[in-house]
Design a protein around this ligand. Structure first.
Ligand SMILES: C[S@@+](CC[C@H](N)C(=O)[O-])C[C@H]1O[C@@H](n2cnc3c(N)ncnc32)[C@H](O)[C@@H]1O
Length: 230
């Protein structure tokens, strides 16, 4: 397994579990989970028939020897409540992941673990999870191809209310003083600081709202960075 993002997702899967991989596309994760004897069975779904066919062709080459079932499905609609232990939804926008979970909330709630990797709107997804009785047990983050990714390991349960900063950057990543998060924050701060310098040099009054916003963001980022031990 070359891709660090997919490797990190796999790291969260419990041995002998029954897994649904939603939006599987090329099916790399299901094949790895079965070939390495991590999962007992995988149901691999995709909304697009041509996407699912990429995996189906690979399964045919392996003469049906892998315990992987494919289903063409919009989100979790073709997965029954209690049918799987673990649901993976990765490589999609955070709003789409939220929609998939909320449209099939019974199935989402009866899985013991959700492994979610949103490509954007992570704060939105964290907020939705907390408001809907899910608990973010752990998070891992990484850079791949110059992009920052976070992967959430989610269970049923309650947590203390999050601060706005925790929704944005992840309570577990902040608590664990993730080195990757620190790198990301420094990068974000540099980006915002250079926009701020540019706007300040223009000196236009119409930019004042944006300037205040940027300064607030930079202060928030500084607070997280300064809380690191070193
Ligand atoms: C960028 S690929 C991600 C593939 C893989 N999960 C990964 O993390 O690398 C997104 C896949 O999600 C599928 N998809 C998009 N919306 C979906 C939905 N509502 N239900 C199921 N699959 C969906 C797309 O067809 C596509 O194959």
């Amino acid at each position: 397994m070359k891709m660090q993002r997919l490797k990190t997702i796999i790291h969260f899967i419990e041995k002998n579990s029954i897994v649904a991989d939603i939006g599987t596309d090329h099916g790399v994760v299901p094949i790895y989970l079965i070939e390495e004897n991590i999962a007992k069975k995988v149901i691999a779904t995709d909304i697009s028939k041509p996407s699912l066919e990429k995996l189906e062709n690979k399964l045919q080459e392996k003469a049906g020897s892998l315990n992987i079932e494919t289903r063409c499905s919009d989100g979790l609609k073709q997965i029954l409540p209690f049918e799987v232990d673990t649901i993976i939804i990765s490589g999609m926008g955070g709003v789409l992941i939220e929609e998939i979970l909320s449209h099939s909330i019974e199935t989402a709630k009866t899985a013991s673990t959700l492994i979610l990797q949103p490509n954007n709107a992570v704060d939105h997804l964290r907020r939705w999870l907390l408001y809907n009785g899910f608990y973010i047990e752990n998070e891992k983050d990484l850079f791949e191809n110059r992009k920052y990714y976070t992967i959430l390991c989610v269970k049923r349960g309650l947590d203390k209310p999050y601060t706005e900063t925790e929704y944005k950057f992840g309570r577990r990543l902040i608590e664990n003083q993730s080195i990757v998060l620190k790198k990301y924050l420094i990068h974000l701060k540099d980006e915002k600081s250079s926009i701020l310098t540019e706007l300040n040099s223009i000196g236009s009054s119409s930019a004042s709202e944006r300037i205040n916003e940027l300064q607030k963001d930079i202060n928030e980022i500084n607070e997280v960075i300064e809380a690191y031990d070193s």
